[in-house]
Structures are given as structure tokens and as C-alpha cells.
Design a protein around this ligand. Structure first.
Ligand code: B3K
Ligand code: ZN
Length: 875
């Protein structure tokens, strides 16, 4: 397989002014007729270039140019499936007729069937599996679509844009026509057809237009759409209020499908969603699921302006739409409830997924320079780090200038395909701030490490803060340059813990509250005047940059955890303190010494519980110990077993020492009333379940509480929290899991949870159990959600048992990847990821992982996506 390079970008030779598509739907043999009005691109470099249309797996039935059958001698079909016309005229009408077999499409890219209905997924390169087309994002076209299908089997026929007629045809068929007035790239094309029902509502836009909102689901799921609809309406309103973005069609359709490779897809006017991010009701969905629905609904809706109206010139610019849209959905969710808690959760996610990626073999810049399979670059780096980089610009120029920058960006690039540079230029021009140094954040991979050193001069009442940065090398980028790093900060008085006003040398007046220092070089010194006593610096407030802040002394972390005015730093300092203590315990464990116990950890839990009423959601974030992955990330070589044992020991010890306070909080929060997914209610449930987790870790009393909660709870959040604890117990686990399966076997999203809980169990037999579960009648490699719920959860969510010394965890993952690759390459390529991180483990684990990766790479006919991941993992 060949790599594609960013610098090889050339404008398309031909543009497509309009595309008229006709679908005659049949699961085994769908016929697609396409009429494209093409003309030479005036901006193309080569004025005589051939016309090349992408295609993949299409059976060509007929071809005409300007209404006349086109002789075979006038075009060629490439081995890759493409169609080339070597000597086209500058303007032409090309008609093609092709046949495809949606029911054989197990890759879920292009047109496929699921549960007897038709769905499409075209991003990034799926449209070429539907018809011949220049399938690249910088070709923007006006589409009209006509769909014909059996009326009884496929009563609902949907595509992009606005409805433009429908009627009955011959032989029990019917048809519908859709017109999308907005030019769009082919990756935003969508078609959905089948036996679906709509939950409907409407939204009146700021200019007074009524938009019909439909959520299309299978009959029986109608009672699970309310939260998605509510989230959609709030998103529409928010985007008008915060960005002035109004919806631009008469109808907004969302269709939910159980077979889907990722979360959802922002097709113009017809979003297609994984059921996981639409369907929610209290007895089947957890708080986390509700939050997922809200976030993904918002995200896809926000793409209408950042992604669809302004799209990407090429796939290297992917973060232009994804980073920006994640930033927007994060802002939205923050505005719906607690900004601080939302920020904490987002940073936790970034550290859990993006930091390891940045330190592994697939490390790439937010704007990558090359790829073999673009599907592999829908990554935490492009999405979450991309959002952090947008946030850096927002922090640097301020909210008002950022809004002006967005206006300018849309004004300049509406209905066209833009680049990351275009975005930065708009922000720069609107703010008047030179942002050129920020380009490096898009170009350079790796997570910068920042260290701080403070020096207090008592006689001069002067405090000097030295900040240093360093980014470790990543594949292909051995040398790193310093990046502009905004460090939001304040100073606390070490004695009282109170926030001090700050005055930098050269400033006339002291400032109160958080200020932002810019670290632009490898090292910078900041001198603060009139500092009456040695201060504790509070750095990186709100996580002002996606960096690792290292080496703060333990006593400072404790002061910050207890006293800082910034909730993020308060939370983070507590986590960093616990992590430092736990890493010390891991080291002791490895030396064969007793782990010891730091009473400050129990004190912190008690203090947290005592103040929990003020903000239960925050307390719930602060209560649990840092996760196993976060700890592993801070070691030169991970030791998943030692980390797990230390963490378990500590949970038991804290649970026992703080039992009274934990129990008291648990009881006090017992009556939560009818389920509501608002932030305050979620916070109370999270806190209560965090208490339960400690109590269950401490012993049988806690386990009995968990059992009682499992039996009595009326919502899935509490049931699942209890079940995940019971599953760790040989005594309670089997019965509880069996009862749960019996109760929920008919609900596939809940059955996913049943698989996940078992896959994430710390019990000794988990790897063997995961093997066995792959043979369970409810398991199927063909359903991506099921694959993720069992194999993804095991490999990514259970480091202790995945890295079992026997190596059986690695072997079962490799077996699954090899079996899945021919069925669904995109999902297989995702699944192989954890094996690529073998360099993070010590021998003999690293060697066993590497050998399994080699076994994957040696599999015959490997897809280029899985090849890319495996070969880069071994490089
Ligand atoms: N843009 C899609 C992701 C498409 C992934 C293709 N492999 C969903 C989103 O980010 O909103
Ligand atoms: Zn997106």
C-alpha cells in the first residue's frame, strides 16, 4: 500500500456542477443511475488532464456522454475500480449506470443493509462504492436524488436536503425525490430507506422559519428518542445564540442504525447515527449514555456550519472541521451544566486516549503529513487535540475576537473547501493578533512537557517563576521546536492558601485572579513583585494547554488540591498527588516491599465528602483514584499488574478507613426521585456510586449494598454501577450477570453493556471468558458495537487482564483482528491499536505483543488500514 502526502495536493481537474442520482433499491442488486454535469476546473494546473472518477466494486452497466452511448475505446476501468476518460471535452454530461450489492457490504462503507433497511456511510471515501465520482472533499456539487423501492418493505425513502416529490410506481414500488440546494462534497451524501418510524418535532429558527425535525428509528424504539430530540433543539438554539448560525433547510432528519462503524455522521440534512448515540431511556441508558447522546447530537448538528457549509480542501485538513466542531460541542455541553466538571471530563478523556497516541507509533500532528488509509486518522489527536488547539487560539485572542474570527471564516469560505491555514488567517485578521507561531501546534506531534521552578527572594519580596518546555521525539519528527503555550495561573499564599494579587516586573498595577503567561521559547522567566511570602504557584488553570505539567512538589499539590480557586487545578492537583503516591507504592511493590499507606489520601476523601454538598458533581470527579492508564502513562515502562494491585489495595484501605463517611454520603443521596439527566442529578448519582465503589472494595458489607442497589434500582446508571462491582465477586457475580442478561437480552445496547462488564473484570479468568463470550449466541463479529463492547473494552479498558502474563489476551485480540479484517477493515484497524503500544511494556510482555502484531501483519490480503496500523506499530 502506498502513502498519500499532504504536499502532493493538486486542485481537481474537473468540477461537478450537478449530480442527478437515481437509485432502484434492492438488497442484492441496486441499480444507481447518475448524471453528472462536469466542467474543467479553471484552477487546475494541467488544462489537458484526463477525467478520472473514483469507483470501487462497481459493476458498470452503461455509460453515455452528452446523451450518446460512450464506446469502450473512449474510457478505461482501472484495477482500483476507477473510471478514466483520457480525452474528455471541457464540458460534458456523463451518465453512468452501475450495479451494487448492499446486502454483501459488511464493511458498512458506501450503501449497505442493516436489519433489512438501507443506510449509507460515505466519509471519507465511501461514495465511490456507490457510483463513479471524483470522490474528494474539494469537489462540491448540487445533488438531486430519486429513490425507487418496494413500497411495503421500504415505506420510508430519505436523502439529503428538502423533499421534492413522491408517488407510487409500478409493481408495488414507490418513489421519492430529494433536492439539496447546498453544494456539498460527496462524503456528505446520504440515503436511508426502509421500515422506520419517526419521532417528530419542530424548531423555529431565529428568522422565523419552521424546521421539521424527525428522528427515524425502528418501531418499538420511539420511547427512547426524547433526549436526542431535546438535545437537538438545544443545540440549534445554542448555535444561533453563540455563533449566529441558523439552520438552512426545511427539514432535519436523523436516522438511527445498529450497524455503524463509529458514532454518527453529519450528512447534510440527514444525519445517520449509531443507535448508541440516539436511543436513551432511564431504565436502559446510563448517565454516561445520556451525555454521549447530547454531545454527539450537538456535534453532528454543529457540523452543518463547521464541516458542511465550510468543508475541508483535503483529508489532511480533517481537524479543520473535527477539532473545531469538538471545541464547539465542548463549549455547548459546558454551557448546559457545570463548565468545570465538563472540562475535567474532557481532559480526562484527552489524557486517556490522546496522550498515549502521541507517545506511540501512530503519533501524528493534528494536521498529518501523510497517510495510507485516511480512516485511521479519525483519531483523538485530530479530534480532541485539535479541539485543544482551537481552544488555545480562543484563549489567546479572547471570546469576542474569536467570534469575529468565526464570522470572517464563514464569510470568506462559505460553500467552499478550506484549509487549517485559512482558519488561522481568519482568526488572525479578525483579532489583529499574530498567530503564526500557533501553526506549530498543527504541525508538530507529541505532548509537550512543561516544568516549573520557583525561587523566592525574601529581601526583595520577589518571586521568580521559570517555565521550561520540551517535546519528546515522535516517529518522523526527531527534533522538536518550542510551541507557544498559554499558562493560565495565579499565586496562592503558602501559609493561608489564599489567592494573591500578581504584579509582573514592569507592570504598574497588581492584578487579581487568573492571568495568562505565554511560554513561547524553551525557557522563560517571569518575575513577580511585591510577593509578601513564599507562594504556591497554581499553573495551567482550566488546563490552558494540552501539555504534561511535571514535577510539582507534593506539598504544593496538596495545598492546591485543598485551596486553589480554579476547580480544574484543584481536581488535577488532587489526582496528581494521588498518582505520585501511587507510583511510589508501585515502585515499593516491585522491590517486594510492603506498599505502605499515606493517610493524606484518606483525609482528602473525607474532606471531599464533607464539602460534597456544595458541588456533588465535582466531588464525584475528585473522589476516585486516578485510573490505571493515567498511572501507566507516567512510568517509563508500564507495569499494569503492579498498578492494578496497588490501586486495588488502596481502594480497599480507603474504603475501610472512610467507611462511615462514605456510608453516610451514600445513604444521604439515596432518594434521587424520578430519573433526570440534568447535571446536578447526574452529579449526585455519580458521587453516590463513587462512594459505593469504595465501600464494595472494602468488603462484604459494601458488596451487600451493591447487591441491594442492583436489585432495587430503577435506572440503568445505578444498576450498572452495582453490577460492575458485583461482577468482581465470585460469590455475587455469576448470578447478577445471569439475571441482567435474562432481563435485557432483547435490548442490544444493554446486551453490549453485559459484554463490556465481563470484559473489564479484574477476575483471573477474564481473558478465557472473553474467548468464550466470542462464541456466545449474542456475539457477532459483524456488529461493530458488539465488537467494541467485548474486544475493545477488554483491550483498551482492562489493562490488567489484557496484559495477562500468559499472553492470551494478546493472542485473542490478534485472532479477532485477523478474522474481522476481511469483514470490516475499518473496525479491525481500530481494534489492532492496543497491540501497537508494545514498547510501553516490559519484557516478556512487549515481546509477546510484538509477535502477535507480526502475526497480524503476516495475514493474507490484509486491508491497507490494518496494514498501516500493524506496520507502523512494528517500525
Ligand atoms: N465525520 C464523522 C466521522 C467519519 C469517520 C469516517 N471513518 C463523524 C463526526 O466526526 O462527526
Ligand atoms: Zn465530527
Amino acid at each position: 500500500p502506498r502513502a498519500i502526502h499532504r504536499l502532493d495536493y493538486r486542485p481537481p481537474a474537473f468540477l461537478v456542477d450537478s449530480a442527478d442520482l437515481h437509485f432502484d433499491l434492492d438488497p442484492a442488486a441496486t441499480v444507481v443511475r447518475s448524471t453528472l454535469v462536469l466542467r474543467r476546473n479553471p484552477k487546475a494546473e494541467d488544462r489537458h488532464a484526463p477525467l478520472r472518477l473514483d469507483g470501487e466494486g462497481l459493476t458498470l452497466l452503461g455509460i453515455k456522454v452528452d446523451g450518446v452511448p460512450f464506446p469502450k475505446t473512449h474510457y478505461t476501468l482501472g484495477e482500483d475500480g476507477s473510471l478514466t476518460v483520457p480525452n474528455p471535452s471541457d464540458i460534458l454530461v456523463l451518465e453512468t449506470e452501475v450495479r451494487i450489492a448492499p446486502e454483501e457490504n459488511t464493511a458498512f462503507s458506501g450503501l449497505y443493509t442493516s436489519g433489512g433497511n438501507f443506510y449509507t456511510q460515505c466519509e471519507a471515501e465511501g461514495f465511490r462504492r456507490i457510483t463513479f465520482f471524483p470522490d474528494r472533499p474539494d469537489v462540491m456539487t448540487r445533488f438531486t436524488v430519486a429513490i425507487t423501492a418496494d413500497k411495503a418493505r421500504y415505506p420510508v425513502l430519505l436523502s439529503n436536503g428538502n423533499p421534492a416529490g413522491a408517488g407510487d410506481g409500478e409493481g408495488g414500488k414507490h418513489w421519492a425525490k430529494w433536492e439539496d440546494p447546498h453544494p456539498k462534497p460527496s462524503y456528505l451524501f446520504a440515503l436511508v430507506a426502509g421500515d422506520l418510524v419517526a419521532v417528530s418535532d419542530y424548531f423555529t429558527t431565529k428568522s422565523g422559519r419552521d424546521v421539521v425535525l424527525n428522528i427515524w428509528v425502528r418501531a418499538g424504539d420511539e420511547d427512547k428518542c426524547a433526549y436526542a430530540m431535546d438535545s437537538l433543539k438545544r443545540s440549534m438554539k445554542w448555535d444561533e445564540e453563540v455563533y449566529g448560525f441558523e439552520y438552512d433547510l426545511d427539514v432535519f432528519n436523523i436516522a438511527a442504525v445498529s450497524d455503524f462503524n463509529m458514532g454518527a455522521m453529519e450528512n447534510k440534512g440527514l444525519n445517520v447515527f449509531n443507535t448508541k448515540f440516539v436511543l436513551a431511556k432511564p431504565d436502559t441508558a446510563t448517565d454516561g449514555d445520556y451525555q454521549g447522546v447530547e454531545t454527539v447530537i450537538a456535534h453532528e448538528y454543529f457540523h452543518n456550519w463547521t464541516g458542511n457549509r465550510v468543508t475541508c480542501r483535503d483529508w489532511f485538513q480533517l481537524s479543520l472541521k473535527e477539532g473545531l466542531t469538538v471545541f464547539r460541542d465542548q463549549q455547548f455541553s459546558g454551557d448546559q451544566g457545570s463548565r468545570a466538571v465538563k472540562r475535567i471530563r474532557d481532559v480526562r478523556g484527552l489524557r486517556a486516549a490522546q496522550f498515549p497516541e502521541d507517545a506511540g507509533p501512530m503519533a501524528h500532528p493534528v494536521r498529518p503529513d501523510s497517510y495510507i488509509e485516511i480512516d485511521n486518522f479519525y483519531t483523538p489527536t485530530v479530534y480532541q487535540k485539535g479541539a485543544e488547539v482551537v481552544r488555545l487560539l480562543h484563549t489567546r485572542i479572547g471570546a469576542q475576537a474569536f467570534r469575529r474570527g468565526m464570522d470572517l471564516y464563514v464569510e470568506r469560505h462559505d460553500n467552499s473547501a478550506a484549509t487549517i491555514e485559512d482558519f488561522r488567517a481568519a482568526m488572525q485578521d479578525a483579532s489583529g493578533v499574530d498567530l503564526s507561531a500557533f501553526a506549530k501546534w498543527y504541525e508538530q506531534a507529541g505532548t509537550p512537557e512543561v516544568t516549573a521552578e520557583g525561587e523566592y527572594d525574601e529581601a526583595a519580596r520577589r518571586y521568580t517563576l521559570t517555565l521550561r518546555q520540551k517535546t519528546p521525539p515522535t516517529p518522523g519528527q526527531p527534533e522538536k521546536r518550542p510551541l507557544p503555550i498559554p499558562v493560565a495561573m495565579g499565586l496562592l499564599d503558602a501559609g493561608t492558601g489564599r489567592e494573591q494579587p500578581t504584579r509582573l516586573q514592569g507592570e504598574n498595577e497588581a492584578r487579581t485572579g487568573t492571568r495568562t503567561l505565554m511560554l513561547e521559547d524553551a525557557e522563560a522567566r517571569f518575575v513577580f513583585e511585591d510577593v509578601p511570602a513564599p507562594p504556591v504557584p497554581s499553573l495551567l488553570r482550566g488546563f490552558s494547554a494540552p501539555v504534561k505539567l511535571k514535577g510539582l512538589p507534593l506539598d504544593q499539590l496538596r495545598t492546591l488540591a485543598a485551596r486553589d480557586t480554579d476547580p480544574f487545578t484543584r481536581w488535577d492537583s488532587g489526582q496528581q498527588y494521588a498518582a505520585a503516591v501511587m507510583l511510589g507504592m508501585v515502585a515499593a511493590h516491585r522491590r517486594g516491599e510492603p506498599p505502605g499507606f499515606d493517610p493524606a489520601l484518606a483525609e482528602a476523601v473525607r474532606a471531599n465528602l464533607a464539602g460534597a454538598d456544595a458541588d456533588p458533581a465535582f466531588a464525584a470527579e475528585a473522589l476516585p483514584l486516578p485510573g490505571e492508564g493515567f498511572l501507566a502513562d507516567q512510568m517509563d515502562l508500564a507495569d499494569p499488574e503492579a498498578i492494578h494491585l496497588v490501586r486495588r489495595h488502596l481502594r480497599r484501605r480507603i474504603g475501610a478507613e472512610c467507611a462511615d463517611a462514605l456510608r453516610e454520603t451514600y445513604e444521604r443521596l439515596a432518594d434521587t426521585g424520578p430519573y433526570s439527566p440534568d447535571g446536578a442529578s447526574i452529579g449526585r448519582r455519580s458521587l453516590r456510586n463513587a462512594c459505593l465503589a469504595y465501600l464494595a472494595a472494602a468488603g462484604e458489607d459494601g458488596m451487600r449494598l451493591a447487591r441491594a442497589q442492583f436489585d432495587a434500582a430503577a435506572n440503568m446508571t445505578d444498576v450498572l454501577a452495582a453490577l460492575s462491582l458485583l461482577a468482581e465477586s465470585e460469590e455475587h457475580g455469576p448470578a447478577a450477570l445471569a439475571a441482567f442478561h435474562a432481563r435485557w437480552r432483547g435490548d442490544e445496547l444493554v446486551v453490549d453493556k453485559w459484554f463490556s462488564i465481563q470484559a473489564m473484570s479484574a477476575q483471573a479468568g477474564t481473558a478465557a471468558r472473553v474467548r468464550e463470550l466470542q462464541r456466545h449466541p449474542d456475539f457477532s463479529l459483524r456488529n461493530p458495537n458488539r465488537v467494541r463492547s467485548l474486544l475493545g473494552a477488554f483491550a483498551s479498558g482492562n489493562p490488567y487482564r489484557f496484559h495477562n502474563r500468559s499472553g492470551e489476551g494478546y493472542a485473542l485480540l490478534a485472532d479477532a483482528v485477523i478474522a474481522l479484517d476481511p469483514i470490516n477493515a475499518s473496525t479491525a484497524a481500530r481494534l489492532v491499536g492496543p497491540l501497537g503500544l508494545w514498547r510501553r511494556q516490559a519484557p516478556p510482555l512487549s515481546g509477546m505483543m510484538r509477535r502477535e502484531l507480526e502475526r497480524v501483519l503476516a495475514a493474507p490480503n490484509l486491508s491497507k488500514g490494518t496494514y498501516e496500523k500493524a506496520s507502523k506499530g512494528l517500525a
